[in-house]
Design a protein around this ligand. Structure first.
Ligand code: GLU
Length: 580
């Protein structure tokens, strides 16, 4: 963190420092232009930053009751399922990092959805042709075995303090007594973010009461979800993966969604396991940055972008300058080229994890970055790589959620959770939506006889972009927890926010609010309606193909320094950082 800056003052909301507990003002501020004002929040004991104030408050209550970061995380996730159903929930999957502050130990957990054992590389083909992404996503076909509940139970068994059932209380109460519909949820329904929403009866009745889209400000109840949560609170994960909830999920995938049925079975449900995996870490200047390994590409690709820029002395440029955006875009191109070729579920294909984040390899790759745009980057040859894979081009769309939590003991949890598309498969079971996460696989299994690493295989997990991250100082103290939704742009959002803090010395709110520039090995996207859009001409002069568009991140992060914690929440969503 090199220098204090004020230069972003025009581009980001002014950081108004306050010690906030639970806000007394209106639950949701104006969201008219899809942006709200967010202020830096300071705290000395603990902090929760999530995509919805109900969820952040639930997390705080758990910590006040003596709960740990993981206890709070479970309450946050369950409340998010209710109040932000378009983004995540128990019908989906997640990746998380857990920092044990006493043992100074970092663990990472994979709760990613799995393909049914009956699925194969032809899952998304009809009459020998790939289906369109829009045809594939709604219904049962793309529903993977949900992983959130198994992952939460696993982490809770290892690191939880409060009883499992206590963590369900807030979500059950809000489901029974009602919650205020957020402007973001209402807009996602009204704007038909997922055109298939309402295709199935239960979903239609829930999101279109009296035939009209659910309105912002309305108090909404979800008693079916309360019943689902009661069962899981009493029985644990087996209450979800076995018995009548599992049967309802399989029935919905195969029968309710008979127009586009899936292949899920009760034994797929019963056999699901969340997995603890080694985190992926690398040094970056005075820091150590750690993310999640395969099956997400997030950890490796964020690290690649950072390492490709490590010697470029980014701090010499203004954050919102043509030079900085150019360098960031070039690093993005190189990293996404490797991502497309090598990254997939390492339980099924050989992913050269160490090679992809190898310092010498990335130093060589960084030499490809010049003063002009490099055009389309091709994948490199990392040490120990099987280079026979073909690139995969599975598209990912914005929904998903991220939250970061630090508890009173300094333990931390950083979790990105998703049902894939907004409203997932649009199939609703017992008060929650099922994911369409299998559309993150490549729809083709091979091309010209060569196999694609991220093809569908039975029991495999689709490649993700989710990038929960933690950053440590040289003494192994946690200094930042961060992550974002945003489909495959997640990687850009997270890398850029980390650079904001590590290179440009921004506070976490400034780094989150900073207008976006993004490159995924194609054109450079600039965030519409912000100062970033003013970089268009300058980048075009360097050969970039530029589009100015909405870039809908949902970054929720916490930094820890000598003077305590600071929390930030994304102005592009309706969340809140809360702390004490
Ligand atoms: N399905 C995406 C992934 O796992 C996330 C979707 C999103 O962020 O909207 O990478």
């Amino acid at each position: 963190m090199k220098r204090a800056i004020t230069l972003l003052a025009t581009a980001v909301s002014c950081a108004l420092i306050s010690s906030v507990v639970i806000a007394k003002e209106a639950r949701y501020p104006e969201f008219g232009n899809g942006r709200i004002e967010q202020n830096l929040v300071k705290a000395s004991e603990y902090m929760v930053s999530s995509a919805n104030p109900y969820a952040s408050e639930a997390g705080m209550r758990i910590i006040e009751k003596g709960g740990s970061a993981i206890d709070a995380a479970i309450a946050v996730q369950l409340v998010l399922n209710l109040v932000e159903p378009e983004s995540s929930g128990i019908g989906g999957g997640a990746f998380s990092l857990y920092w044990d502050n006493e043992k100074k130990a970092l663990s990472s957990y994979d709760g990613r959805e799995k393909a049914p054992m009956l699925a194969d590389g032809k899952l998304f083909q009809e009459n020998g042709k790939n289906m369109s992404w829009w045809e594939a996503l709604a219904g049962g076909r793309a529903v993977g075995v949900p992983g959130v509940i198994a992952m939460m139970e696993k982490v809770h068994k290892q690191h939880g303090v409060l009883p499992w059932a206590d963590l369900f209380e807030d979500a059950i109460k809000l489901s029974e007594e009602g919650f205020e519909v957020s402007p973001k949820l209402a807009a996602s329904i009204a704007n038909k973010t997922n055109p298939a929403l309402g295709r199935y009866g239960d979903t239609w009745r829930y999101f279109f009461p009296d035939g009209k889209p659910l309105q912002a400000g309305v108090m909404k109840k979800n008693p079916e979800f309360a019943m689902t949560l009661r069962r899981i609170s009493l029985l644990g994960a087996k209450g979800f993966y076995k018995g009548d909830i599992a049967l309802s999920i399989v029935g919905a995938v195969r029968i309710t969604a008979a127009d586009n049925p899936g292949l899920l079975t009760t034994s797929d449900m019963a056999n699901y396991q969340a997995i603890e995996r080694p985190p992926v870490c690398a040094p970056y200047k005075a820091f150590k940055v750690c993310g999640m390994g395969p099956p997400t590409s997030g950890g490796m690709t964020v690290i690649q972008i950072l390492k490709l820029l490590e010697d470029k002395d980014l701090a010499q440029y203004e954050p919102l300058s043509v030079e900085a955006a150019h360098l960031f875009a070039q690093a993005g191109k190189l990293a996404y080229a490797d991502r497309a070729k090598y990254m997939a579920d390492a339980d099924f294909v050989d992913v050269p994890v160490e090679g992809l984040i190898d310092g010498d390899y990335l130093k060589e790759r960084a030499k490809l970055i010049g003063d002009k745009d490099m055009g389309k980057a091709t994948a490199g040859t990392p040490p120990n790589a099987n280079t026979n894979w073909l690139e995969s081009t599975s598209p990912e769309q914005p929904s998903t959620t991220h939250f970061s939590i630090v508890d009173k003991q300094g333990n931390a949890f950083s979790m990105t959770s998703s049902i894939e598309m907004a409203f997932g498969s649009t199939v609703m079971v017992r008060g929650f939506l099922l994911n369409n996460q299998l559309t993150d696989f490549s729809f083709s299994e091979a091309s010209d006889g060569e196999l694609i690493a991220n093809r569908v295989q039975p029991g495999k997990r689709p490649r993700s972009s989710m990038s929960p991250f933690m950053v440590f100082d040289k003494d192994d103290n946690l200094v930042m927890a961060i992550g974002s939704p945003g489909g495959s742009r997640i990687i850009n959002y997270v890398a850029k926010t980390m650079l904001g803090v590590m290179e440009w010395d921004m506070d976490i709110q400034q780094a989150i609010s900073m207008p976006h520039y993004v490159n995924r090995n194609g054109g450079t996207d600039l965030e519409q309606g912000t100062k970033a859009a003013e970089l268009k001409e300058g980048l075009e002069a360097l050969g970039h193909k530029v589009s100015v568009r909405d870039l809908n991140s949902g970054l929720h992060g916490i930094t820890i320094g000598k003077d305590g914690m600071e929390g930030g929440a994304d102005p592009r969503r309706v969340g809140r950082a809360l702390g004490k």
